[in-house]
Design a protein. Structure first.
Length: 170
């Protein structure tokens, strides 16, 4: 029997990973990670479908490891959509979900993973179209998640000046 011992440094993992999934009633949910001091649907401050989907690279600082990334814009049922942040600069980040598409009210799930440990799984039942769910905040460098669980109706301010909800959220 041959045994080999591998030596090296252990991978540290990501500071933050967010995963959004939903039921078969909804179409086109949008996951958002908003940088400290930022606003929903601001092209420089919000990692979402039009700023972070490949090949887009949203620059949050000069260090590329602090740039957020989104894997895919899933416009069908179930999801998932994932946003990753390798190294988070200090501050308070907002996690939001926007019901962008069409369909019936939908149940949404968000998993919050900090330093490779899932710290929360939140559910919002029956989220209507053109509503925004403020899931919570993540504070770095401490890596603390604080749930907010508030829904805002954006139906009267939808796509007037931005790509989605035009209210000054968060």
């Amino acid at each position: 029997m041959l045994v080999r011992r591998l030596m090296g440094t252990q991978c540290a993992g990501r500071d933050l990973r967010l995963t959004l999934s939903w039921d078969d009633q909804g179409r086109d949910m949008e996951l958002h990670l908003i940088r400290p001091g930022g606003h929903l649907n601001n092209a420089a401050e919000d990692c979402t479908w039009f700023t972070c989907d490949p090949p887009a690279d949203l620059a949050w600082g000069t260090d590329p490891t602090q740039h957020p990334h989104k894997d895919v814009d899933n416009t069908q049922t179930f999801g998932p959509e994932n946003i990753y942040l390798e190294h988070a600069a200090p501050g308070v980040y907002h996690v939001m979900v926007e019901y962008w598409g069409s369909g019936s009210p939908s149940t949404n799930f968000v998993d919050v993973t900090i330093h490779e440990a899932t710290v929360a799984r939140l559910m919002r039942p029956m989220l209507p179209v053109h509503q925004v769910w403020d899931v919570g905040t993540v504070t770095f460098p401490d890596g603390l998640f604080s749930p907010i669980d508030r829904v805002t109706d954006c139906s009267m301010s939808w796509m007037m000046t931005t790509r989605g909800c035009d209210l000054p959220l968060p």
